[in-house]
Design a binder for this molecule. Structure first.
Ligand code: GDG
Length: 762
């Protein structure tokens, strides 16, 4: 396809209703002698499927790699679709694509037919390439639009897009099998992959067994709650739980188009010519695959070779054509496979081919779609002997190419297509004897029997085409929980500039004029600067004094809400009984002043049980093990939680310890994991500072509350700000708070100002 190209401008507002993200664009770039780039359509199944879907949307886009390493060309239009090329350097191609995608993931996901290799540099490149795809896709989707990510090369992209665009629906389709949890567990970085995929709203698989393997992995490795096909993905910090669906959508082909080609007189003639060229054998047996070790080409050749060896097949009567389209030729396992296949074909032909014609006609190059159809029309038997295959479209293409209802499909049980194409001759390709007898049975199958089987197969393939597949997926995606239903707390302030003094003064005045107030504040980073040694913390005495005095005023309730253990908080602040102390992120509540309604604070959810004690002991010892491996990190224990502190770690130790802790966290069901500033807390009771402040506001019958906080854990409070409440964020960072204060000194100023304003009133 020659393409024209008025270029869509990347700086334009997001415009595309549907954005497809795949490793490859639907076109290949070719550099012309004068240096210009020419684009040629690469007619794959996905392209065909998407073309029909793209026609139904106002504006569609495709994000992918153009196929040549080096600088990406500018975005351009083709066939009414905007194409956004992603840049991959030569090193990305080697590490992200040939390495992690095709050297690690591909063999692992195909049941380790060859040994997966793993190198940390490959992972780094996979991560950065995925980020590039996500960065290209996120800005070009329209508000509330849909982004559909495809296949194993891009498993981190859904989460990366979600982090940038919470307003879009994200779908992911895995074209290859998803392995059992036992095999998947071998993958280094397995949890990052799962978390990456779970950024999607809907994750599609080829077979029911793939969907089941995936939800099992999520349950077992991440500990998330799974109900049927629905996975509850906990939010980090204040973010709400999201529901993600994992479902089965068997892919198909453009059946009508393939079938229609068989009407073409030229293609019919070509099919007849092919038979003549092979010396008019009685039977033609065809295998057509990418030259890939998953396709079972060696097993097929072995069976064919043995049938010739033992005289079950006469090479004058039957010829086998093996098309082995070149694939991944720079990956070692593929080079080896090619050598082995070519050696075997050479041996078979050397021993059995009659003069002037082959026993196996081996074609190591690709054919155009018309030639493929002619081959399917000429083939009496097609052998699909994959050892493991997501679906296998060749099986469906053969069926669609036989409106004459003749021909036999031999199909491996290990190809996804076997779930639907039950009328094929199903085989276990590992069992060479079984394969041989299936081939013989197929070669001898009477015409009526062929017709009966082919009619049933065609019914399946013609009814369930690729257009239906894409529509079903997108319909289901549309029906998932909409982004608006997931009420993420909105970011109210960004950057690091403190709010202007006039706005702050106005807000404090309005707030302090309310009859009954709750003033609640975090401790570390708010009342006291953060220090390396947590025990050496120095709270600002004036700020504490202002709080004490505020707590004596009528209509004012005061609370300190900290991640520290209650006893620790008490030790460092020495507050009077008029100030409520809340420790361990809300899990520990100190004595309440007599006028507070204690019954509002439901402590039952915070109670420890023997099981919880045991869980906590296990967590504590694992965290201690992690801490021992990363000098400078330490574990703090609290009545309902264990905390890993990484503030004093050296080098990358803090990051590595946090990563290990988070990996471990994902294996624990029923534990609230709260990452904060250089700390990760594992609580065995479910609570948050937000829930604590909400309960305190009710217990004190306050008309409005003010909260001061600096950490991510304080966002759960800010997320609940009502119209009359005031959230003050201390220090830099995006926040759901209303206004920003620079540091602890500014906090002291605010508390003293509140005291004055409230004093004036009373
Ligand atoms: C992955 C999954 C899943 C092959 N040689 C030529 C040619 N082909 C076409 C076939 C077919 C396609 O390539 C191959 O599709 P498969 O499904 O057989 O296999 P993979 O490439 O491994 O695809 C697979 C698929 O994704 C879709 O989800 O089914 O399980 O592994 O369409 O006809 N086409 C042309 N010339 C060739 O020489 N034109």
């Amino acid at each position: 396809m020659p393409t024209s190209s008025p270029t869509p401008d990347r700086s334009d507002a997001p415009v595309h209703e549907l954005v497809v993200v795949a490793n490859r664009l639907p076109v290949d770039s070719r550099t012309l002698p004068d240096g210009a780039t020419e684009w040629v359509t690469s007619p794959g199944g996905l392209v065909t499927a998407m073309e029909s879907v793209m026609r139904t949307v106002d504006s569609g886009a495709w994000v992918g790699w153009g196929g040549s390493p080096g600088e990406a060309p500018d975005p351009f239009e083709a066939d009414g679709m905007a194409l956004y090329p992603v840049e991959l350097s030569q090193q990305d191609v080697e590490r992200y694509y040939e390495g992690f995608s095709n050297g690690t993931l591909w063999p692992l996901y195909h049941d380790v037919i060859v040994d997966p290799e793993f190198h940390r540099g490959w992972w780094d490149s996979y991560l950065s390439a995925n980020r590039r795809f996500a960065e290209a896709a996120a800005p070009v989707a329209a508000a509330g639009g849909t982004i559909w990510v495809h296949d194993y090369q891009l498993q981190l992209v859904p989460r990366m897009i979600r982090e940038k665009r919470s307003d879009v629906r994200i779908g992911f389709f895995n074209h290859i099998p998803f392995p059992s949890v036992e095999l998947f567990s071998q993958l280094p970085k397995r949890n990052s992959i799962l978390r990456g995929l779970l950024g999607a709203d809907l994750i599609g698989f080829q077979r029911e067994s793939d969907s089941l393997n995936f939800v099992n992995a999520v349950r077992k490795l991440l500990g998330y709650h799974v109900d049927g096909s629905t996975i509850s993905v906990p939010g980090i910090g204040a973010a709400p739980v999201r529901e993600v669906e994992a479902r089965t959508f068997p892919i198909s082909i453009d059946s009508t188009a393939v079938s229609a080609l068989t009407e073409d007189p030229e293609i019919r003639e070509r099919a007849a010519q092919l038979r003549r060229d092979l010396g008019d054998p009685d039977r033609i047996v065809l295998g057509a695959d990418r030259l890939d070790y998953t396709k079972g080409i060696r097993h097929r050749l072995k069976a064919w070779g043995e049938l010739l060896d033992d005289g079950s097949i006469d090479p004058h009567d039957a010829v086998m054509i093996q098309i082995a389209t070149p694939s991944r030729e720079r990956v070692e396992a593929y080079r080896q496979l090619r050598d082995e296949v070519e050696l075997t074909v050479g041996r078979i032909n050397g021993e059995h081919a009659p003069l002037g014609r082959p026993a196996v006609s081996y074609q190591h190059h690709s054919f155009d779609r018309r030639e493929m159809t002619a081959l399917f029309m000429a083939a009496d038997v097609v052998l699909v002997t994959a050892l493991r295959d997501g679906m296998n479209l060749v099986a469906k293409e053969y069926v669609a190419s036989r409106p004459d209802l003749q021909g036999v499909l031999v199909l491996s049980e290990f190809a996804g297509a076997a779930d639907e194409l039950r009328a094929a001759v199903l085989v276990n390709p590992h069992d060479i004897d079984e394969l041989k007898s299936a081939i013989l049975r197929s070669l001898a199958m009477p015409a009526e029997e062929q017709e009966e089987a082919m009619r049933s197969l065609r019914h399946q393939v013609m009814e369930h085409d690729v257009q239906a597949w894409a529509h079903h997926f997108l319909e289901r995606l549309e029906a998932t929980q909409s982004p608006e239903q997931v009420s993420a707390p909105s970011i109210r302030i960004t950057g690091d500039r403190p709010s202007d003094p006039a706005s702050l003064e106005a807000a404090l005045r309005t707030f302090s004029a309310v009859p009954r107030l709750l003033i609640a504040t975090d401790f570390d980073g708010v009342l006291a600067p953060i220090v390396a040694d947590r025990d050496a913390v120095q709270p600002d005495p004036d700020a504490l004094e202002a709080l004490r005095e505020l707590s004596e005023l009528p209509g004012v309730a005061v609370a300190l809400v900290s991640g520290r253990a209650l006893s620790d908080l008490d030790f460092h602040t020495r507050m009077p009984s008029s100030v409520v102390l809340v420790g361990s992120h809300g899990a520990e509540v100190g004595a309440l002043p007599p006028w507070m309604q204690a019954e509002v604070l439901d402590k039952s959810a915070l109670a420890m049980s023997p099981e919880k004690e045991e869980l906590l002991a296990g967590i504590t010892s694992t965290l201690r093990r992690i801490a021992r491996a990363h000098p400078g990190t330490e574990v703090e224990t609290k009545p309902t939680a264990a905390v890993l502190h990484t503030r004093n770690a050296t080098g990358r130790g803090g990051i590595n310890a946090t990563e290990s802790a988070l990996e471990y966290a994902m294996t624990l069901p029923d534990v609230t994991v709260t990452p904060g500033k250089e700390v990760v807390e594992f609580a065995v009771v479910h609570t948050s500072k937000g829930a604590a402040v909400d309960a305190l506001a009710r217990a004190s019958a306050s008309d409005a509350w003010l909260y001061l906080g600096d950490d991510v854990t304080d966002e759960s409070v800010f997320a609940q700000l009502g119209e009359r409440d005031l959230g003050l964020k201390v220090g830099a960072g995006d926040s759901a708070a209303s206004l920003r204060l620079e540091d602890t000194e500014a906090v002291r100023g605010v508390l003293q100002r509140l005291l004055t304003l409230r004093d004036e009133q009373s």
